[in-house]
Design a protein around this ligand. Sequence first.
Ligand SMILES: Nc1ncnc2c1ncn2[C@@H]1O[C@H](COP(=O)(O)OP(=O)(O)OP(=O)(O)O)[C@@H](O)[C@H]1O
Ligand SMILES: [Mg+2]
Length: 251
Amino acid sequence: MSDSRERQLWRLIAPLPASRNLILGYTGSGKSTLEAALLEQYHTMHPAHANWIIDLKDRFFPTAPHREGSLFPGGWGASVYRKRLGTAIRAQLVTDINAPRLPGNGVYVIKSRATAWALIERLFAKADYAKKNMLWFDELLPFCNRQGVLDPPVQRVLQLGRERGIGAVAISQRAIWLDGRIASQSGRWYIGALETRDDLERIADLKGIVGCDTKRERMEFWTVDDYQFRIYDRQHGINLVMKINLEGKAA
Ligand SMILES: Nc1ncnc2c1ncn2[C@@H]1O[C@H](COP(=O)(O)OP(=O)(O)OP(=O)(O)O)[C@@H](O)[C@H]1O
Ligand SMILES: [Mg+2]
């Protein structure tokens, strides 16, 4: 694929401002790598929007937040960084939501559940549709109870965020861990390889896939190879299977 075609494709599949998006796949299926690539694209397209990476799994390592160049100096994938496997990102670590933030590039990393809750409260209180925020949850599980029901603040931000200019990209390893509402509220799905038949069946319970009337057809539809993702957005007519090339960097 030529460079410009690749750029066009990324622009097409990147999350839309104030929209809800779901990334699913088994552990190691490439979700965080895809997330990094999507974030890079989103940030390039909307440099004035704030991006908050809620990283309770400690995957992203914030480094000096330059305004220019790639957000990911070592690429989108994980590499060994300070003796750990992770991805370096040009972003600011935020531990206190009320502390003044340094002039940076508008990309922030949060590592604790309490700070994430405080952020959500603050975004709701100071909602401004003209000042868009995108939340990137690297794993939703720490925000769910045993029945897969989301913590009320997170549920609220997914349900009501749009009117306040707040978008979300939610990642999870297992479909069966999630409350079905999370999937049905997401306009755009990025579904990677799933771990078990139960996960596949849960996803196949979702109706509304153009041309797939039976559950069997939907199970086939959602079956992809390792590191591949089926990207589906009915409203915007997106339906494709793709695999990120780790050599390629976003322009
Ligand atoms: N598109 C790809 N091509 C080749 N290798 C990939 C690709 N995506 C991911 N990988 C490899 O798989 C590893 C795991 O990827 P990643 O951390 O993105 O998975 P994950 O789904 O986020 O896992 P977890 O659920 O454990 O967080 C990466 O370190 C990388 O080596
Ligand atoms: Mg991950």
